[in-house]
Design a protein around this ligand. Sequence first.
Ligand SMILES: C[S@@+](CC[C@H](N)C(=O)[O-])C[C@H]1O[C@@H](n2cnc3c(N)ncnc32)[C@H](O)[C@@H]1O
Length: 303
Amino acid sequence: MNAWRQLAAVLLADDALLASDMFEAAGAVSVTTSAASDEALFVAHAGEIADGAAALWRRCLVTGLFAADSDLAVLRAELGSRFDTAEITETELPESAWLGGVPALSLAFGGGRLRLEPKSSRTELDQEGAVVFLDAGLAFGSGSHPTTQMCLDYLAEAALEGRRVLDFGCGSGILAVAAARLGARQVMAVDIDPQAWLATKENAHYNGVPESQLVVRSPDEFAAESEPFDVVVANILANPLIALAPVLSAAVARGGRLVLTGILDPQVEAVVAAYPDIPLAEGDRRSADGATWVRLEGRRASA
Ligand SMILES: C[S@@+](CC[C@H](N)C(=O)[O-])C[C@H]1O[C@@H](n2cnc3c(N)ncnc32)[C@H](O)[C@@H]1O
């Protein structure tokens, strides 16, 4: 059975941003922009845009993912009439093709205190120790990225029993669910992306974590919460972490811990400087695909 319909259009950079808005208006659950060929990139490491949102390739491939029963005739016609250069292809995708390349993982963290397993193995495993059952989905956080893995190692080694944990930028909810399975009393998962709210709720439910233990919030809803957290973990990119510094610093209780990643090695100094109230130091670093990611961690003074 086909689970998704994918529409891809090759466009000049000037048209790509408008086209991407049109994809979203037509109901795309996800829109990505990538290079249409292997021309030199204007985009820095790991997709972080170097010089503002307008930095793109000269010719872009804009790809939208739609529900299988979507009728894309109107969108195709609009794209065709608006952009002279559009090359448009429509493909039907099985669920497995969209998730392809990111297999469900079986990994151990914190010396085996925490395990990540594919959903398919749930019935075969004993339930001793903290286990998170998760498959790759539309929200970031399958467990395959080194930044996620560094956070999971941290959480597995921290004493979380009875603690309040904030996962800011929760994506799939992998960190939030892991914290709950590791015994955190209360976990709050925050993201700007509605797909992440949905994924986190689903993954919490699948892993037997009740709403009384794990709640999902938008950043606006989070702003209304006043009680600080014992552990705050945020795996976002360096620039948002710098912009969010006042929010994340204020969320850490006295004596509480802050864990930040999504930070590339050359960005460490700028992130550390943005958090003067909580001295941050490198806790771990891992390299993948030519980039070195760093995990920063720090503790707010008790008094
Ligand atoms: C790299 S993913 C991390 C997902 C998961 N926590 C993990 O460790 O694998 C970053 C997430 O942060 C979210 N995000 C980005 N900027 C944000 C912001 N300003 N406030 C809240 N969430 C944000 C994104 O939507 C995305 O889901």
